[in-house]
Design a protein around this ligand. Structure first.
Ligand code: FES
Length: 340
Protein backbone atom coordinates (compact mmCIF):
# COMPACT_ATOMS: atom_id res chain seq x y z
CA UNK A 1 0.00 0.00 0.00
CA UNK A 2 2.82 2.31 0.99
CA UNK A 3 4.65 1.45 -2.23
CA UNK A 4 1.59 2.32 -4.32
CA UNK A 5 1.21 5.70 -2.60
CA UNK A 6 4.88 6.45 -3.32
CA UNK A 7 4.36 5.61 -7.01
CA UNK A 8 1.35 7.95 -7.21
CA UNK A 9 3.32 10.73 -5.52
CA UNK A 10 6.24 10.27 -7.95
CA UNK A 11 3.82 10.43 -10.89
CA UNK A 12 2.27 13.66 -9.57
CA UNK A 13 5.74 15.14 -8.95
CA UNK A 14 6.83 14.42 -12.52
CA UNK A 15 3.83 16.29 -13.90
CA UNK A 16 4.40 19.23 -11.58
CA UNK A 17 8.02 19.54 -12.72
CA UNK A 18 7.04 19.16 -16.40
CA UNK A 19 4.42 21.87 -16.07
CA UNK A 20 6.88 24.21 -14.37
CA UNK A 21 9.51 23.71 -17.07
CA UNK A 22 6.98 24.29 -19.84
CA UNK A 23 5.71 27.42 -18.16
CA UNK A 24 9.22 28.80 -17.76
CA UNK A 25 10.09 28.03 -21.39
CA UNK A 26 6.91 29.69 -22.68
CA UNK A 27 7.62 32.75 -20.62
CA UNK A 28 11.00 33.27 -22.34
CA UNK A 29 11.00 36.60 -24.03
CA UNK A 30 13.05 37.65 -27.02
CA UNK A 31 14.36 41.14 -26.78
CA UNK A 32 14.10 42.69 -30.24
CA UNK A 33 15.18 46.04 -31.65
CA UNK A 34 14.22 46.94 -35.19
CA UNK A 35 15.29 49.79 -37.43
CA UNK A 36 14.02 50.54 -40.95
CA UNK A 37 16.66 52.38 -42.98
CA UNK A 38 14.14 53.57 -45.64
CA UNK A 39 16.97 55.06 -47.70
CA UNK A 40 15.95 55.60 -51.31
CA UNK A 41 19.52 56.60 -52.16
CA UNK A 42 20.79 53.23 -50.92
CA UNK A 43 18.07 51.46 -52.91
CA UNK A 44 19.01 53.36 -56.06
CA UNK A 45 22.69 52.62 -55.45
CA UNK A 46 21.97 48.91 -54.99
CA UNK A 47 19.93 48.82 -58.19
CA UNK A 48 22.69 50.67 -60.08
CA UNK A 49 25.31 48.19 -58.89
CA UNK A 50 23.15 45.25 -59.95
CA UNK A 51 22.52 46.76 -63.40
CA UNK A 52 26.27 47.39 -63.75
CA UNK A 53 26.90 43.74 -62.79
CA UNK A 54 24.47 42.70 -65.53
CA UNK A 55 26.35 44.83 -68.07
CA UNK A 56 29.69 43.33 -67.01
CA UNK A 57 28.21 39.84 -67.39
CA UNK A 58 26.96 40.71 -70.88
CA UNK A 59 30.39 42.19 -71.68
CA UNK A 60 31.81 38.73 -70.90
CA UNK A 61 29.45 37.25 -73.50
CA UNK A 62 30.42 39.91 -76.08
CA UNK A 63 34.17 39.41 -75.50
CA UNK A 64 33.72 35.66 -75.78
CA UNK A 65 31.84 36.03 -79.06
CA UNK A 66 33.75 38.84 -80.80
CA UNK A 67 37.24 39.18 -79.32
CA UNK A 68 38.55 35.71 -80.02
CA UNK A 69 37.92 34.77 -76.38
CA UNK A 70 40.59 37.12 -74.98
CA UNK A 71 41.15 35.37 -71.65
CA UNK A 72 42.42 38.46 -69.79
CA UNK A 73 39.34 40.48 -70.72
CA UNK A 74 37.07 37.52 -69.98
CA UNK A 75 38.55 37.18 -66.50
CA UNK A 76 38.33 40.92 -65.90
CA UNK A 77 34.69 41.18 -66.97
CA UNK A 78 33.50 38.27 -64.85
CA UNK A 79 35.52 39.51 -61.87
CA UNK A 80 33.98 42.99 -62.20
CA UNK A 81 30.50 41.50 -62.48
CA UNK A 82 30.91 39.38 -59.34
CA UNK A 83 32.50 42.27 -57.44
CA UNK A 84 29.56 44.53 -58.33
CA UNK A 85 27.05 41.91 -57.16
CA UNK A 86 28.99 41.58 -53.90
CA UNK A 87 29.00 45.36 -53.45
CA UNK A 88 25.24 45.49 -54.12
CA UNK A 89 24.58 42.80 -51.53
CA UNK A 90 26.76 44.53 -48.93
CA UNK A 91 25.01 47.85 -49.54
CA UNK A 92 21.57 46.24 -49.40
CA UNK A 93 22.40 44.40 -46.18
CA UNK A 94 23.69 47.57 -44.53
CA UNK A 95 21.32 50.25 -45.84
CA UNK A 96 18.22 48.76 -47.49
CA UNK A 97 16.75 45.83 -45.56
CA UNK A 98 15.52 46.21 -41.94
CA UNK A 99 18.22 46.08 -39.30
CA UNK A 100 17.34 43.87 -36.36
CA UNK A 101 19.01 43.05 -33.10
CA UNK A 102 17.69 39.96 -31.36
CA UNK A 103 18.65 38.82 -27.93
CA UNK A 104 17.37 35.39 -27.14
CA UNK A 105 18.12 33.55 -23.91
CA UNK A 106 19.87 30.27 -24.49
CA UNK A 107 17.55 27.30 -23.71
CA UNK A 108 18.49 25.68 -20.43
CA UNK A 109 18.78 21.97 -20.99
CA UNK A 110 20.43 21.35 -17.65
CA UNK A 111 17.15 21.13 -15.68
CA UNK A 112 16.73 17.64 -14.33
CA UNK A 113 13.30 16.27 -14.76
CA UNK A 114 11.15 13.80 -16.55
CA UNK A 115 12.03 13.08 -20.15
CA UNK A 116 8.61 14.09 -21.44
CA UNK A 117 9.03 17.55 -19.90
CA UNK A 118 12.32 18.07 -21.73
CA UNK A 119 10.67 17.13 -24.99
CA UNK A 120 7.73 19.46 -24.47
CA UNK A 121 9.99 22.34 -23.55
CA UNK A 122 12.14 21.75 -26.61
CA UNK A 123 9.06 21.56 -28.88
CA UNK A 124 7.81 24.87 -27.53
CA UNK A 125 11.21 26.43 -28.21
CA UNK A 126 11.22 25.10 -31.77
CA UNK A 127 7.74 26.44 -32.39
CA UNK A 128 8.87 29.88 -31.25
CA UNK A 129 11.82 29.76 -33.62
CA UNK A 130 9.64 28.79 -36.59
CA UNK A 131 7.27 31.66 -35.88
CA UNK A 132 10.18 34.07 -35.52
CA UNK A 133 11.63 32.95 -38.87
CA UNK A 134 8.26 33.36 -40.59
CA UNK A 135 7.95 36.84 -39.12
CA UNK A 136 11.44 37.75 -40.33
CA UNK A 137 10.54 36.64 -43.84
CA UNK A 138 7.28 38.60 -43.81
CA UNK A 139 8.99 41.72 -42.57
CA UNK A 140 12.11 41.33 -44.71
CA UNK A 141 11.10 44.03 -47.16
CA UNK A 142 9.63 46.47 -44.65
CA UNK A 143 10.81 49.96 -45.39
CA UNK A 144 11.91 49.12 -48.96
CA UNK A 145 10.13 51.58 -51.21
CA UNK A 146 11.51 50.70 -54.66
CA UNK A 147 10.88 46.98 -54.68
CA UNK A 148 10.08 46.87 -58.40
CA UNK A 149 13.34 48.57 -59.35
CA UNK A 150 15.39 46.34 -57.06
CA UNK A 151 13.61 43.24 -58.37
CA UNK A 152 14.31 44.23 -61.98
CA UNK A 153 17.96 45.00 -61.17
CA UNK A 154 18.36 41.65 -59.41
CA UNK A 155 16.81 39.83 -62.37
CA UNK A 156 19.10 41.68 -64.81
CA UNK A 157 22.18 40.78 -62.76
CA UNK A 158 21.01 37.16 -62.68
CA UNK A 159 20.56 37.11 -66.45
CA UNK A 160 23.97 38.72 -67.08
CA UNK A 161 25.83 36.37 -64.77
CA UNK A 162 23.82 33.36 -65.95
CA UNK A 163 24.68 34.14 -69.58
CA UNK A 164 28.35 34.50 -68.65
CA UNK A 165 28.24 31.12 -66.92
CA UNK A 166 26.50 29.34 -69.80
CA UNK A 167 28.26 30.82 -72.85
CA UNK A 168 31.59 28.96 -72.30
CA UNK A 169 29.70 25.71 -72.85
CA UNK A 170 30.00 26.54 -76.56
CA UNK A 171 33.75 25.87 -76.23
CA UNK A 172 33.08 22.21 -75.60
CA UNK A 173 32.74 21.95 -79.37
CA UNK A 174 31.86 18.84 -81.33
CA UNK A 175 32.80 15.38 -80.11
CA UNK A 176 36.28 14.28 -81.16
CA UNK A 177 34.92 10.96 -82.35
CA UNK A 178 37.36 8.80 -84.27
CA UNK A 179 39.61 11.65 -85.42
CA UNK A 180 42.30 10.83 -82.86
CA UNK A 181 42.52 7.27 -84.11
CA UNK A 182 42.66 8.19 -87.83
CA UNK A 183 46.01 7.51 -89.49
CA UNK A 184 47.21 7.99 -93.07
CA UNK A 185 49.81 5.25 -92.75
CA UNK A 186 49.37 2.03 -94.67
CA UNK A 187 51.49 -0.13 -96.93
CA UNK A 188 52.95 1.88 -99.84
CA UNK A 189 52.51 5.43 -98.47
CA UNK A 190 55.71 7.40 -99.14
CA UNK A 191 57.51 9.48 -96.51
CA UNK A 192 58.04 13.13 -97.50
CA UNK A 193 59.75 16.10 -95.88
CA UNK A 194 57.85 19.25 -94.94
CA UNK A 195 58.38 20.65 -98.46
CA UNK A 196 56.83 17.52 -100.01
CA UNK A 197 60.11 16.03 -101.29
CA UNK A 198 60.45 12.27 -100.82
CA UNK A 199 62.81 11.15 -98.05
CA UNK A 200 65.83 9.39 -99.56
CA UNK A 201 67.56 6.73 -97.52
CA UNK A 202 71.00 7.95 -98.62
CA UNK A 203 70.33 11.43 -97.18
CA UNK A 204 70.10 10.02 -93.66
CA UNK A 205 73.43 9.51 -91.93
CA UNK A 206 73.90 7.31 -88.87
CA UNK A 207 72.92 9.38 -85.82
CA UNK A 208 70.74 11.78 -87.81
CA UNK A 209 67.12 12.80 -87.16
CA UNK A 210 64.46 13.97 -89.61
CA UNK A 211 60.79 14.91 -89.40
CA UNK A 212 58.70 13.29 -92.11
CA UNK A 213 55.03 13.22 -93.12
CA UNK A 214 52.74 10.93 -95.06
CA UNK A 215 52.64 11.94 -98.72
CA UNK A 216 49.38 13.70 -99.58
CA UNK A 217 48.10 13.68 -95.97
CA UNK A 218 46.89 16.66 -93.97
CA UNK A 219 49.85 17.74 -91.81
CA UNK A 220 47.40 18.73 -89.05
CA UNK A 221 46.37 15.11 -88.64
CA UNK A 222 47.78 13.78 -85.39
CA UNK A 223 49.24 10.57 -86.78
CA UNK A 224 50.92 11.94 -89.88
CA UNK A 225 54.20 13.28 -88.44
CA UNK A 226 57.12 10.91 -87.91
CA UNK A 227 60.49 11.05 -86.23
CA UNK A 228 62.88 9.26 -88.60
CA UNK A 229 66.31 8.29 -87.26
CA UNK A 230 69.21 6.18 -88.42
CA UNK A 231 71.42 3.96 -86.29
CA UNK A 232 74.06 1.39 -87.13
CA UNK A 233 72.15 -1.77 -88.17
CA UNK A 234 74.19 -3.97 -85.82
CA UNK A 235 72.93 -1.94 -82.82
CA UNK A 236 69.31 -2.90 -83.41
CA UNK A 237 67.52 -5.05 -80.82
CA UNK A 238 64.07 -5.08 -82.39
CA UNK A 239 61.55 -7.79 -81.44
CA UNK A 240 61.50 -10.74 -83.81
CA UNK A 241 58.22 -9.67 -85.43
CA UNK A 242 59.79 -6.28 -86.32
CA UNK A 243 63.09 -7.60 -87.59
CA UNK A 244 62.55 -6.16 -91.09
CA UNK A 245 61.00 -2.83 -90.01
CA UNK A 246 64.27 -0.86 -90.09
CA UNK A 247 66.03 -1.20 -93.49
CA UNK A 248 69.69 -0.14 -93.30
CA UNK A 249 69.13 0.91 -89.65
CA UNK A 250 66.49 3.53 -90.53
CA UNK A 251 63.63 3.66 -88.04
CA UNK A 252 60.42 5.70 -88.03
CA UNK A 253 58.23 6.47 -85.01
CA UNK A 254 55.19 8.62 -84.38
CA UNK A 255 56.44 12.07 -83.44
CA UNK A 256 53.59 12.57 -80.93
CA UNK A 257 54.63 11.85 -77.35
CA UNK A 258 52.48 9.24 -75.65
CA UNK A 259 52.52 11.27 -72.43
CA UNK A 260 50.79 14.55 -73.32
CA UNK A 261 51.26 14.83 -77.08
CA UNK A 262 54.22 17.17 -77.34
CA UNK A 263 56.36 16.74 -80.43
CA UNK A 264 59.23 14.35 -79.75
CA UNK A 265 61.96 16.46 -81.29
CA UNK A 266 65.25 15.43 -79.67
CA UNK A 267 67.42 12.51 -80.75
CA UNK A 268 70.17 11.37 -78.45
CA UNK A 269 72.90 9.46 -80.25
CA UNK A 270 75.94 8.96 -78.02
CA UNK A 271 79.25 8.75 -79.83
CA UNK A 272 81.02 6.86 -77.06
CA UNK A 273 78.66 3.97 -76.43
CA UNK A 274 80.75 2.33 -73.68
CA UNK A 275 80.15 5.20 -71.23
CA UNK A 276 76.80 6.51 -72.49
CA UNK A 277 73.18 5.39 -72.61
CA UNK A 278 72.01 4.17 -75.99
CA UNK A 279 70.33 6.09 -78.82
CA UNK A 280 66.93 7.41 -77.81
CA UNK A 281 64.21 9.85 -78.81
CA UNK A 282 63.50 12.41 -76.09
CA UNK A 283 60.40 14.53 -75.59
CA UNK A 284 61.42 18.07 -74.56
CA UNK A 285 58.26 18.68 -72.51
CA UNK A 286 58.76 16.28 -69.59
CA UNK A 287 61.70 14.25 -70.84
CA UNK A 288 59.99 10.98 -71.63
CA UNK A 289 62.71 8.96 -73.32
CA UNK A 290 62.14 6.18 -75.83
CA UNK A 291 64.71 3.58 -76.83
CA UNK A 292 64.81 3.45 -80.63
CA UNK A 293 66.84 0.25 -80.75
CA UNK A 294 64.13 -1.98 -79.27
CA UNK A 295 61.13 -0.42 -81.05
CA UNK A 296 60.42 2.77 -79.06
CA UNK A 297 59.98 1.36 -75.55
CA UNK A 298 59.84 4.03 -72.83
CA UNK A 299 62.96 4.01 -70.67
CA UNK A 300 62.41 7.22 -68.71
CA UNK A 301 59.78 9.85 -67.94
CA UNK A 302 56.03 10.05 -67.40
CA UNK A 303 54.87 8.41 -70.65
CA UNK A 304 53.44 4.94 -70.10
CA UNK A 305 53.40 3.56 -73.64
CA UNK A 306 56.08 3.10 -76.29
CA UNK A 307 56.15 5.36 -79.32
CA UNK A 308 54.20 3.68 -82.14
CA UNK A 309 56.67 2.45 -84.78
CA UNK A 310 56.12 2.51 -88.54
CA UNK A 311 57.51 -0.40 -90.54
CA UNK A 312 59.66 0.86 -93.44
CA UNK A 313 61.04 -0.38 -96.71
CA UNK A 314 63.17 1.31 -99.34
CA UNK A 315 61.77 1.57 -102.87
CA UNK A 316 63.93 3.18 -105.57
CA UNK A 317 66.02 4.80 -102.86
CA UNK A 318 63.11 6.48 -101.04
CA UNK A 319 61.42 5.50 -97.79
CA UNK A 320 57.95 3.97 -97.95
CA UNK A 321 55.64 2.62 -95.23
CA UNK A 322 55.46 -1.16 -95.15
CA UNK A 323 52.26 -1.16 -93.08
CA UNK A 324 50.35 0.82 -90.47
CA UNK A 325 51.76 2.21 -87.21
CA UNK A 326 52.25 -0.35 -84.46
CA UNK A 327 49.82 1.35 -82.04
CA UNK A 328 47.49 4.25 -81.35
CA UNK A 329 49.02 7.71 -81.66
CA UNK A 330 48.84 10.28 -78.90
CA UNK A 331 48.46 10.58 -75.18
CA UNK A 332 47.47 7.61 -73.10
CA UNK A 333 43.92 8.49 -72.22
CA UNK A 334 40.68 6.57 -72.58
CA UNK A 335 40.51 4.28 -75.56
CA UNK A 336 44.02 5.19 -76.71
CA UNK A 337 45.47 3.51 -73.63
CA UNK A 338 43.21 0.48 -73.95
CA UNK A 339 43.98 0.00 -77.61
CA UNK A 340 47.63 1.06 -77.46
S1 FES B 1 54.49 15.37 -73.36
FE1 FES B 1 56.24 14.22 -73.70
S2 FES B 1 57.00 13.82 -71.78
FE2 FES B 1 55.22 14.92 -71.38
Amino acid sequence: MRRRAAAVLAWVWRYVVAGAVLRVSRRRTIHRERELPASTRAETGTAALLFAAALAGLAFVAIYAFDDANTQLLGLSIAVSLALVAAALILAAARVVPQETLEEPRPDFSVDGPKSADIERFSAHQQEEVEAAALTLREGTDGVTRRGLLGAAGAAAGIGLGAAALVPLASLGPAVGGRLAASPWKDGVALVEENGIAVKAEDLEVGSFLTAFAKGADKEQLATSLAVVRVAPDELELPADRADWAPEGILAFSKICTHAQCAVSLFRYPLFAERSPGPALVCPCHYSTFNVLDGGERIFGPAVRPLPQLPLRIEDGVLVAAGPLSGAVGASWGRVREEG
